[in-house]
Ligand binder design. Structure first.
Ligand SMILES: Nc1ncnc2c1ncn2[C@@H]1O[C@H](COP(=O)(O)OP(=O)(O)OP(=O)(O)O)[C@@H](O)[C@H]1O
Length: 573
């Protein structure tokens, strides 16, 4: 009902909450003045003592009270809006900064769809918590106390009855909350799961169609949607029921207060004015808490979302290093072991040494841990045991920004953004057009784009208007522009046409003259000219040496190479 951490995390929002409560309290005072004046009017009319001057005076005071009331309520809405936008902006910014600090492998910790849902709808619901629920919570304490003090002067017994009935509303809310918290947590889980499947199935729609499993996936999604519908209905039923309970408490309490006031009037222990005022004001005791109840469920939803948001904000971020890389550095893995989870070791005691400007091949069967080595070098994960040095410093001690200026990781899955060729190559507008054409020429894409709209050729989302090979060549062109010292190619020539593969290999041949190149591949034909080849098997480094040396050993590499050669001969026949 009241989350201390949320308030602590948003110190700037506090002043807007207090201002809003103050405005609501002034509006309540004006309401009391208006009710008092109505009672005066009525009594004087009843006693036939109403003169025109008095009526005019009373009406004038009423108009002024109404104007003040309207003004402060408008101000309360303004503060509510200001508080809400501040909370939204701050939380979204913090989430965004957190994801940035987690780095490019943030998906290891949080799913993208969940992140989107939390930062859009989750934060919108938290907005209600801050802008409506919290001010109303404080006002709901202030208003009954103010009304009790005033009505107690007229008839303390009726005032006490009304005042004692008021906490029954929060008691009913606490009762509902116990049940609601679990239900809302389930609701959010179901919501994010549905969002996740929807995004995944949408992205994989073509594959699903090809394998004719779209109907099956549709069934699965229907089931998930049905689960979500059910849980949403349960949430709505819970909300409607709790509103009914609160109404019963509010109307029952007001009725009881009225009953006491009228009985005291009949017993002549209370004046007509007092009885009338208490009857008119009795429901006012309950309105603030009743209103709080209607914000309660959205606020609870917001709190459920905030739990998830805080989980992301609390994720540990490995601190950035303090050292910069030099232009020429060696890379050393010393007895490195690593695993993604507790179940299975992925790298076992791997040691390798890459000198500057060497051309290195890392080969091995699928799942042997080749990409994991690259990911450790990139700093996506940290070694569990052993050390990874870049020059004289450990990888974890090197500043990420400096690292990115020196090392480039080119994978088999290039990210092409929607926009023009220029926008994809020149993201920060730091290169001239001639430089862009130069790299396009190196990867043999200049002719293709010249035939179209040059650097202004539009590219669709994920580069869907390019072939796989063209996408990879464009990706390589972008990497060449960065002109770093170390290039790590991870299956960069997988799943592309022979022509593109040859163009890419030609570029790499030029690169190795001046750069350190680490080439991770299945195809051993691509690494025969490497200075050193490392052979991985089930997470262990099993062989190393030049192509000739490894062939001479007649071990695993020799066997893999022979098998691939036979396959190639067979496919050419
Ligand atoms: N993020 C991850 N979480 C858990 N396990 C992972 C993760 N990434 C990879 N693995 C596991 O680690 C093992 C090594 O994966 P890695 O990608 O390093 O192999 P690889 O030799 O590069 O394979 P391939 O040649 O098929 O790309 C695999 O068994 C894989 O299932």
């Amino acid at each position: 009902m009241f989350d201390k951490r949320l308030l602590k995390e948003m110190p700037n929002a506090k002043s807007y909450i207090w201002k809003q409560v103050f405005c609501q309290w002034i509006a309540l005072l004006m309401n009391i003045v208006l009710t008092l004046l109505i009672c005066v009017l009525f009594i004087q009319l009843f006693d036939q003592q109403l003169f025109i001057e008095k009526v005019v005076l009373i009406l004038l005071v009423m108009i002024v009270s109404l104007m003040i009331r309207a003004y402060v309520l408008k101000k309360a809405t303004y503060y509510s809006f200001k508080g809400a936008s501040l909370v939204k902006k701050t939380l979204r910014q913090r989430l965004f900064e957190k994801v940035l600090s987690l780095g490019s492998h943030y998906q290891d910790h949080v799913r993208t769809s969940e992140l989107v849902q939390l930062s859009v709808e989750g934060i919108n619901q938290l907005e209600t918590y801050f802008s409506l629920y919290l001010p109303q919570l404080f006002y709901s304490v202030l208003a009954p106390v103010t009304l009790f003090v005033l009505t107690a002067f007229l008839d303390w017994k009726s005032a006490l009855v009304l005042f004692v009935c008021v906490p029954l509303i929060p008691v009913s809310i606490i009762f509902v909350q116990k049940f609601a918290k679990k239900l809302l947590s389930k609701y959010w889980n179901s919501y994010t799961t549905l969002g996740d499947s929807f995004l995944e199935n949408l992205q994989a729609l073509t594959t699903l169609k090809i394998y004719q499993s779209d109907a099956y996936k549709q069934q699965q999604m229907n089931q998930e949607a049905e689960n979500f519908r059910r849980i949403t209905m349960r949430v709505l039923i819970m909300q409607l029921n709790s509103i009914s309970i609160m109404d019963i408490v509010a109307y029952g309490g007001a009725g009881l207060g009225c009953f006491f006031a009228i009985t005291h009037f009949q017993n002549q222990t209370l004046s007509l004015f007092g009885a009338l005022f208490i009857v008119l004001m009795s429901f006012e005791f309950f309105i603030p808490l009743r209103q709080l109840g209607s914000f309660f469920h959205i606020a609870m939803n917001g709190i459920a979302a905030s739990d998830k948001i805080f989980k992301i904000l609390d994720l540990p971020v490995s601190s950035d290093g303090q050292y910069d890389l030099d232009t020429s550095f060696d890379i050393r893995l010393e007895h490195v072991s690593f695993q993604y989870d507790d179940k299975r070791p992925i790298l076992k005691d791997v040691s390798l040494h890459i000198q500057p400007h060497q051309f290195i091949g890392i080969v091995g069967e699928s799942g042997s841990g080749k990409s994991t080595i690259a990911k450790l070098m990139m700093g996506y994960h940290r070694c569990l045991e052993g050390h990874l040095y870049m020059g004289e410093h450990q990888r974890s001690d090197i500043r990420d920004e400096s690292f990115m200026e020196h090392v480039m990781y080119v994978t088999h899955d290039p990210m092409i953004l929607k926009g023009t060729v220029r926008e994809n190559l020149n993201m920060f507008s730091q290169y001239r057009d001639e430089q862009l054409w130069d790299v396009l020429k190196q990867v043999r894409l200049d002719g293709f784009f010249h035939e179209q709209m040059g650097l202004d050729t539009p590219l669709l989302e994920n580069g869907s208007n390019l072939s796989g090979g063209q996408k990879q060549r464009l990706n390589l062109a972008r990497a060449l522009l960065k002109n770093v010292d170390v290039y790590i190619f991870d299956e960069a020539t997988s799943n592309i046409d022979v022509e593109s593969e040859n163009h890419i290999l030609n570029v790499i041949e030029t690169l190795i003259q001046t750069k350190t190149v680490i080439f991770i591949t299945h195809r051993l034909q691509s690494v025969v000219h490497c200075d050193e080849i490392y052979v991985m098997q089930q997470g262990a480094l099993v062989e190393q040496g030049t192509h000739q040396k490894l062939m001479h050993q007649e071990g695993i590499y020799h066997h893999m190479y022979q098998s691939q050669q036979e396959l190639e001969v067979y496919s050419h026949e």
